[in-house]
Design a protein around this ligand. Sequence first.
Ligand SMILES: Nc1nc2c(c(=O)[nH]1)N[C@H]1C(S)=C(S)[C@@H](COP(=O)(O)OP(=O)(O)OC[C@H]3O[C@@H](n4cnc5c(=O)[nH]c(N)nc54)[C@H](O)[C@@H]3O)O[C@H]1N2
Ligand SMILES: Nc1nc2c(c(=O)[nH]1)N[C@H]1C(S)=C(S)[C@@H](COP(=O)(O)OP(=O)(O)OC[C@H]3O[C@@H](n4cnc5c(=O)[nH]c(N)nc54)[C@H](O)[C@@H]3O)O[C@H]1N2
Ligand SMILES: [Mo]
Length: 685
Amino acid sequence: MLDERTIGRIHGSKENDYTAGVICAKVARYSERIHNPNRLVHPLVRKGKKVAGEGRDWRDASVWQRIGWDEALDLVAEKFDAAEARYGAETVWPYYYAGTMGLVQRDGIHRLRHAKRYSGEYDTICITPAWTGYMAGAGAIRGADPREMAKSDLVVIWGTNAVATQVNVMTHAIRARKERGAKIAVVDVYRTETMKQADIGLCLKPGTDGALACAVMHVLFRDGHADRGYLAKYTDAPAELEAHLATRTPEWASAITGLSVAEIEDFAKAVGTTKRTFFRIGYGFTRSRNGPVSIHAVLSIPAVSGAWQYEGGGAFHSNSGIFRVNKQMVEGSDLRDPLVRLLDQSRIGPILTGDPDTLFGGPPVTAMLIQNTNPVSVAPEQHKVKRGFAREDLFVCVHEQVMTDTAAMADLILPATMFLEHDDIYRGGGHQYVMLGPKIVEPPAECRSNHFVICELAKRLGVDHPGFHMTEREHIDWMLKNAPGDNRITLAELEAARWIDCQPDFRTAHFLDGFNHPDGRFRFKPDWPRVRYGNNGTVGAWQIMPELPDYWDGAIEVADAEHPFRLATSPARSFLNSSFNETPSSRAKEHNGRPEVMIHPEDAAARGIVHGGRVRLGNRRGVVTLHARLFDGLRRGVLVSEGIWPNTAFHDGNGINSLTGADPIAPFGGAAVHDNRVWIEAVPD
Ligand SMILES: Nc1nc2c(c(=O)[nH]1)N[C@H]1C(S)=C(S)[C@@H](COP(=O)(O)OP(=O)(O)OC[C@H]3O[C@@H](n4cnc5c(=O)[nH]c(N)nc54)[C@H](O)[C@@H]3O)O[C@H]1N2
Ligand SMILES: Nc1nc2c(c(=O)[nH]1)N[C@H]1C(S)=C(S)[C@@H](COP(=O)(O)OP(=O)(O)OC[C@H]3O[C@@H](n4cnc5c(=O)[nH]c(N)nc54)[C@H](O)[C@@H]3O)O[C@H]1N2
Ligand SMILES: [Mo]
């Protein structure tokens, strides 16, 4: 902190034994984001009609007009009440996501939603496919202590580009290599920065992870590396699994994944002969139409090898299941009416364009409040999303920090605080700490917190709840004091400790007293429709899902004659989804400061595509124009475009999600953003 309004460089704390002083490339440059001259600092109301691609400059007086906070909040209340009077409360859809992961600022929007019986949001865009598949096997979203990676002899980083998205994984994996000579294996669809650091790099065809996992298990059974004692004690159907895997040979998997038989055999041998094998399982490979099946297949490997029994062995995906905080007050969940519809977050395009399947027979959405998310950029089927936001009969209030693609389509913009300008509490995802994120500096000009907006709107909309009268700090204290179990603490105690370690003991974390199902057994045969995660009534296609771990080919978009390529839209190292893509130095660090698509040089040559040349990608959902980057670190027939760039960074204003689909992933929904078949062609400059 330089003065009460200015921060200096952000550092990681060396005293935190998970992050160990390491901070990611994005947040290290946070001062540039917080003190960005283009930051939104005043409420703004739109003057004229909504035109896609316009309104990106908040100083543009032909589009935006400054208004006071009171007037702005009155306007929201007036529009929401008018919409409700016409169509009923479910016509209002408060829409949010995890731009901030603080529990007060992120989740307070639900208090207003429940108090008013506005439409609910079924959150599917990120974790749903992964958690469904993980839950199906283990019955809980937790695993071995992530710090144990440092005590492993083989760290398998599967479907995550940890160097970019979760850099602290590398700290522990590399410690294991230095201190114990551990090997690092990486499974991805291209040679990422993470794979470049690996001893074993497995570059497979997108969506084929289930086949690799099955072949590994085939070899474990075949070569006597399956732990039969463990299987008998801890799993549901080992004999059926073994019989089923008889045909899932390395040759079979080689034809599907594109990996050689030797690569598969060697990897399986390493897993089979290394008791302390730690599977660090990411999200990337679950963003496919067979994602839940694939992650369940991967999670089945340590249940066959018995790696869970050893320190430094087992699996970890997310620790979200270990934290004990009580969100009832902040979310106002006591006011929730279970009969109110839940609209699917990922299907915002079909929803706003009136697809009856997505509205559950209820009214159209005609009013929205948006906090912490940028759907015009990040949501699939972008053409529909844009058409929806262009509707003149839809009133949209966007509460934002910077001028995003979504804010540019709003009727009203409210300026938001950043995380160093408000108090909040955070739970880890990749680690085991609950942390306090106190306010450090004063916000600029007229920026206000999410909590302020929600409480002020409640007043104007005539609803009440104790949560609307509490400060952020009172909410944090309440969440901690009313936590379930006997680990209750106070805000003062958290403040003194700075972070609280919630990691369960070794036996619990490694499921040595049983997996979290009634019979205590890991499920090789999931009861898909009854998996206890994410089922909000949109159960689909479970009847045709494989019964046992498998490669589910019928689900994904396999290439065809018209669309000979498979496209993954992987993360950029310097952006966090669409956050930071407005920060000049973050943009400059990504390739040539412009969106690009990586293509194998032989595929490029066959199509007259040159390095740096302009290309068009397309499918039935849309067309995107960007630049080619020739790269031999991916397979022929595969394309990778890193980062969610602003739509305006593309030649024709169509962002990468113009190509992705909003059809739900079975069984409980999700966005298959890495599962796209496309064509590609060179465009004359
Ligand atoms: N720098 C940066 N960090 C981030 C984010 C970001 O956008 N940028 N996003 C944050 C968020 S919200 C999340 S949820 C996490 C997500 O972080 P991750 O768990 O890393 O998930 P993804 O970013 O979706 O993709 C990870 C990798 O999966 C690969 N992949 C795609 N399809 C397949 C496949 O079929 N098989 C295999 N094996 N791999 C595949 C991609 O190429 C990519 O390298 O990261 C968080 N951290
Ligand atoms: N093609 C493709 N699409 C993807 C993905 C992909 O890998 N490929 N990844 C998907 C994933 S995993 C996710 S999680 C989603 C995420 O997508 P989003 O939830 O939209 O996340 P961001 O794009 O980072 O945008 C969050 C916004 O919240 C704002 N914000 C941050 N803090 C606050 C705050 O305290 N108050 C307010 N009012 N605003 C705040 C930021 O300025 C930012 O504009 O995108 C998904 N879309
Ligand atoms: Mo995410």
